[in-house]
Design a protein around this ligand. Structure first.
Ligand code: NAP
Length: 475
């Protein structure tokens, strides 16, 4: 297990020798002590990234692409080992962790293909006096900050396109799950990523890390995935040096079940949209709006499926939902369920904390929840599903859009015309129409409103890590 930070191609201790514990959320026990970087480490990491980046940017796109493809291969070969690490520090079931590794690795294969297809433009100025030549050089050094819910994929979704475009990188992995990031750092070296190009600097002081990092002259971009609350803070600070930002922020996804929906498919989709990765995904369905005529039936079937979920340590084969990340997350579930009950919701299954060690909460479905209830207005980020009955299409669209978030939405109906019309009216960056899963490296991932700025994945993702330069010329 790698516990030192990666700077300049070497794994080292923090300059001041600090370490921080990493906990297994299934037991609450410390599983590793990881080097905890301070300002001196961040300064060195940026300097090393800056030197390596200028050489990397000058390499042939084909060479960069083949390096990325080797990373995909090495991550794929190490799927089982990486999945074990993810489960150990994040708690998610092994099946989800394996899925995450496949998804995370795929960003390297996808962006290897994009790296050799970066396009420019050549046009004639309307006046006819000159040509307009447009190309896309790399930005420089990119600071990346990522959350604990996908210890591998939230890094690779940024890292692969950034490297493909020719940038250098300094990563701050989450304090709760740095081990996977450090192991990926080792694999990058094995794949031939030059020393210093990618630096992984965990810290116990994320605000201090960021403050130091954004003030370093070579840093020209911040790519962040995490909560909207922290995103706002980083945006303000990044403004001091007018840094480019890409923000992948929080969600509050509506999941709408119309009266003509295939209820078996809707329940299956609801389970996927709610419960994958122990219900801790930004795309998670947060509010389930079911048409009044099917609401009871949907809620009962959904509750029956939730009652079948096996909670336990992610490493146990029988487990389908692991622990939450920490005690604070469990307490948030307790409070949200209590408040919903006070507002008149009925607990159809679950509703409490099981009597076992670790940070667990029983998978819960709440019926007859009101749209105004605090649980419908908060990003739950845990295994609690409120079902809210609705009467008509305009009313449910209004409720779906009654949030500052706009990351994901889900619509279930057998009428494709209605499904598409409703999808277009939901102000969210991603819609699952009769599907409970939207994430795909080939699709543009990102949110509207306060769920984010910019897109990751698809053909758009790599351009986020590029400048646009135009040369006026004539011949
Ligand atoms: P978070 O509290 O915002 O933390 C995310 C990252 O930001 C962590 O690495 C954290 O570091 C760091 N951080 C916290 N405060 C900071 C500060 N003042 N300055 C610099 N860095 C700071 O989010 P989380 O609880 O880890 O993750 C859950 C949230 O992420 C949810 O809202 C979820 O929807 C969102 N998310 C969004 C996407 C997406 O693609 N849109 C994907 C996944 C998750 P430490 O951990 O070291 O404190």
């Amino acid at each position: 297990m790698q516990t030192q930070m990666l700077i300049g191609g070497d794994f080292t201790d923090a300059a001041d020798g600090s370490t921080m514990p990493v906990e297994d959320p299934a037991t609450g026990e410390t599983i590793a002590e990881v080097a905890a970087g301070g300002p001196a480490d961040v300064v060195t990491a940026v300097a090393r990234a800056h030197v390596a980046q200028s050489q990397w940017a000058a390499t042939a796109p084909r060479d960069r692409a083949e390096t990325l493809r080797r990373v995909w291969q090495l991550m794929t070969d190490a799927q089982e080992e990486l999945a074990d690490l993810i489960t150990a520090e994040n708690g998610k079931p092994l099946a989800d962790a394996r899925g995450e590794v496949a998804y995370a690795a795929e960003f390297f294969r996808w962006n290897a293909e994009e790296t050799v297809r970066l396009r420019g433009e050549l046009g004639v100025a309307p006046s006819g006096t000159n040509r307009i030549l447009v190309h896309h050089p790399p930005i420089g050094v990119v600071a990346m900050i990522t959350p604990w819910n996908f210890p591998a994929a939230m890094i690779t979704r940024k890292l692969a396109p950034a490297l493909g475009a020719g940038n250098g990188v300094v990563i701050k992995p989450p304090a709760q799950t740095p081990l996977t990031a450090l192991r990926i750092g080792e694999l990058l070296g094995d794949a031939g990523v030059p020393d210093g190009l990618v630096n992984v600097v965990p810290t116990a002081d994320s605000a201090g890390w960021f403050d130091t990092c954004v003030d370093q002259e070579p840093v020209r971009m911040v790519s962040f995935t995490g909560s909207t609350e922290v995103g706002r803070v980083l945006l303000r600070r990044a403004a001091d040096r007018v840094l480019k930002t890409v923000m992948e922020l929080g969600g509050n996804a509506p999941f709408i079940v119309f009266d003509d929906a295939d209820l078996d498919a809707a329940v299956e989709g609801a389970m996927l949209a709610k419960m994958r990765h122990s219900a801790e995904t930004c795309t998670a369905a947060n509010r389930f709006y079911a048409h009044r005529s099917v609401a009871t039936d949907f809620a009962e079937r959904f509750a029956a499926a939730m009652a079948e979920v096996q909670i336990g340590p992610g490493a146990d084969d029988a487990t389908t939902c692991g622990p939450l990340i920490d005690a604070e997350a469990v307490q948030r579930m307790v409070t949200l369920v209590e408040e919903a009950r006070d507002d008149g919701a009925r607990v159809l299954t679950g509703g409490g904390v099981p009597d076992r060690p670790g940070h667990f909460f029983n998978p819960t479905v709440l019926g007859e929840v009101g749209h105004a209830s605090s649980i419908a207005r908060t990003e739950i980020f845990g295994p609690v599903a409120p079902v809210i009955p609705f009467e008509d299409t305009d009313a449910v669209i209004e409720m779906a859009n009654d949030t500052e978030m706009g990351l994901t939405g889900y619509v279930y109906t057998e009428d494709l015309r209605r499904g598409l019309a409703v999808s277009e009216r939901i102000r969210a960056g991603m819609i699952g129409l009769n599907r409970g899963l939207v994430s795909d490296p080939a699709a543009p991932f990102g949110g509207m409103k306060q769920s984010g700025l910019g897109r990751e994945g698809s053909t758009d993702g790599i351009y986020e890590f590029c400048e646009t330069q135009y040369i006026a010329t004539s011949w």
